[in-house]
Design a protein around this ligand. Structure first.
Ligand code: FAD
Length: 569
């Protein structure tokens, strides 16, 4: 079959529609549709609306008439599900067999799917980029793939508030929006973002994802408005003026209020806000010796003096068989009006090497395919990773500085992250201890049992508190700072679950840490009870909002049910 318009291409000379990953996925969806309706496919770029670019993938001849509760007839193409098959997330650790998978691209289609689910007494889960490792997207009922909700609308400038905003549909990828904003006149940027470029906005907002910018808080804190097709099929608009509590619940909603349709995000002018990226190497004991009070003080100063602080520790990065010989990489970002650096060939070369997919693929093969059989080679590999991590001092445009390791998604890793509130009165001593527990256990496992459960890195980022009640970084004090500490190990790493469970227990019990909803946490012993007891009152508030917008529990999911039940015992 000839597909004359099937080629992602710039619209109005501005943007490409998605990154390579999305295009590949889209193509496979096309194949699924082709199986459904041979000879009735129209695929192309719809540029009839000058304020939006839309990937229009509609199947002619597939048409549903739904009778709404209020008697309105809904016309719904794309509400016919594609052939059900087993669904897997990115890491492959979660899978399910949905009764039906939908690929909507319009509001009417979203509403129709909700009404259909209600009629058939099915539950709905959405999936965006499928990068989450918890069971948060799993369903055996209806799965809604949001990738075709991919319109970006025209950015607007509010003179009174001196604020740029951009509305997007929930299936827009981080890269697509970055590219669009970069080419806007004037060029704009999202000032804080997650590391990953191929996640979709609906997915990162729903779970409260965050970057490393201290004032960036979590992505959901950058929203000025969010619209959701709720459990009754009605489009609801949430913003702070209308109802701040409902808005706070809607901004990190775990997909429990309905299907996110659009999000309006704050953006900044690129020209006046680039980042100076500066990476350096610090001996371990200067930052993380729990016996030295000045370590915590140093960390605190770092957060006060920089816009962004990110810490990387690759185990065994120096010889000597002790963490005290190792070094920690510190990455800082600070706004500058200087032009992006172009003149250092060495910097370019180093950066090029770090970003190249083939280097990451080599590490992936080493960590994911070889280390499970020869774990005692871990120190050699982690030391190489440490050496290959570039040390930069340069000025970059915001998206380049935020997504400094392109293609991260080709390296399948387990991620376990907990957010710990920094103890301001004790000069962040709790951060030092939370970090040191991990490195101590890494060396104990290696020296005493010849085990290497941390096969990539320990990572840490600081952010101010979120105002969203379901964020693990929520606090009533907006100036409170949280440390998000993360274990990164290759898929297949021996003993990772047991090791990470022990660490998670320490982070929860000793430091009150709360897990990242999209990473690994729910099967750790005591985690559900801990989360419920830590979040008790805000979980109750959130649940009231959830019941209001989803009275028939169309969007309820097992992970959330477990969270409520387990603690009622
Ligand atoms: C390599 C890698 C790097 C990462 N880096 C970071 C990082 O820097 N910071 C960070 O905080 N996290 C990070 N994460 C975690 C990641 O950001 C989250 O898991 C995020 O949810 C992934 O987005 P997604 O598009 O894949 O969403 P999915 O995993 O597909 O969905 C996440 C949740 O959102 C819901 N959802 C999605 N779209 C909608 C919608 N339209 N309406 C309602 N609900 C919806 C889904 O039902 C699900 O519950 C990383 C993960 C990986 C694998």
């Amino acid at each position: 079959m000839r597909l004359p318009f099937w080629k992602p291409r710039p619209v109005n000379g501005l943007v490409t529609t998605a990154d390579n990953t999305t295009i590949a996925t889209t193509t496979s969806k096309v194949e699924q549709h082709l199986k459904l309706e041979e000879g009735a496919v129209h695929i192309g770029i719809n540029s009839s609306d000058p304020d939006a670019f839309v990937l229009d993938l509609s199947i002619q001849n597939i048409h549903n008439e739904e009778q709404r509760d209020d008697g309105v007839q809904l016309s719904a193409s794309n509400t016919q599900p594609s052939t059900p098959s087993t669904w897997f997330n990115w890491l492959g650790n979660q899978h399910s067999s949905p009764t039906a998978v939908f690929h909507p691209s319009t509001l009417e289609e979203l509403q129709s799917i909700v009404l259909q689910a209600r009629q058939c007494q099915k539950r709905i889960r959405c999936v965006a980029g499928a990068f989450s490792m918890s069971s948060i997207s799993k369903t055996d009922d209806y799965l809604v793939d949001t990738k075709f909700l991919s319109s970006i609308y025209k950015p607007a400038f509010d003179q009174e508030r001196n604020l740029w905003t951009v509305p997007v549909q929930s299936g827009v990828s981080i890269k697509a929006l970055d590219d669009y904003l970069r080419n806007h006149d004037p060029p704009l940027a999202i000032p804080s973002n997650v590391f990953l470029e191929s996640a979709l906005y609906g997915g990162i907002v729903a779970i409260g994802a965050h970057g490393a910018e201290i004032n960036g808080r979590c992505l959901s804190d950058q929203l000025t408005e969010i619209t959701i097709v709720d459990g009754t099929g009605t489009l609801q608009t949430f913003n702070a003026d209308k109802d701040p509590i409902e808005f706070s619940a809607a901004c990190v909603n775990l997909g429990l209020l309905g299907i996110i349709y659009t999000l309006t995000l704050k953006v900044v002018p690129m020209a006046s806000f680039r980042y100076r990226a500066f990476d350096y190497d610090v001996p371990y004991n200067e930052l993380f010796d729990p016996l030295r009070k000045e370590c915590g003080h140093r960390l605190k100063s770092l957060t006060q003096e920089n816009a962004c602080v990110e810490l990387f520790y690759f185990p065994f990065n120096h010889t000597g068989n002790c963490r005290c010989n190792d070094h920690v990489r510190v990455k800082t970002l600070n706004p500058t009006q200087q032009l992006p650096t172009t003149n250092s060939w060495f910097r370019e070369l180093h950066h090029w090497m770090a970003n190249q997919a083939h280097i990451l693929r080599l590490f992936k093969i080493a960590v994911v395919n070889l280390l499970p059989y020869w774990p005692s080679w871990t120190p050699f590999i982690t030391r190489l990773m440490y050496r290959f991590t570039p040390m930069l001092d340069c000025v970059q445009e915001i998206p380049d500085a935020l997504h400094f390791l392109k293609n991260a998604q080709i390296f399948p890793t387990w991620l376990v992250e907990f957010s710990i509130k920094c103890d301001d009165d004790d000069d962040y001593a709790n951060v030092v201890r939370a970090w040191d527990h991990v490195t101590q256990m890494v060396y104990e496992a290696a020296n005493e049992r010849n085990e290497y459960p941390l096969s990539v890195a320990l990572e840490g980022r600081f952010s101010k508190a979120s105002r969203c009640i379901m964020s693990p970084m929520y606090d009533e004090d907006p100036e409170a700072v949280f440390f998000s500490i993360e274990l990164v190990s290759g898929k297949n790493t021996q003993g990772f679950f047991e090791f990470s469970e022990k660490i998670a227990k320490i982070w929860m019990e000793q430091y009150g840490g709360l897990p990242h909803w999209g990473k690994v946490w729910e099967d750790y012993e005591g985690a559900m009870t801990h989360v419920r007891s830590q979040m008790r009152s805000r979980l109750d508030t959130f649940d009231q909002v959830r019941r209001r917008y989803d009275p028939k529990e169309v969007f309820l999911m097992p992970m959330y049910e477990r969270l409520l039940q387990e603690t009622e015992k």
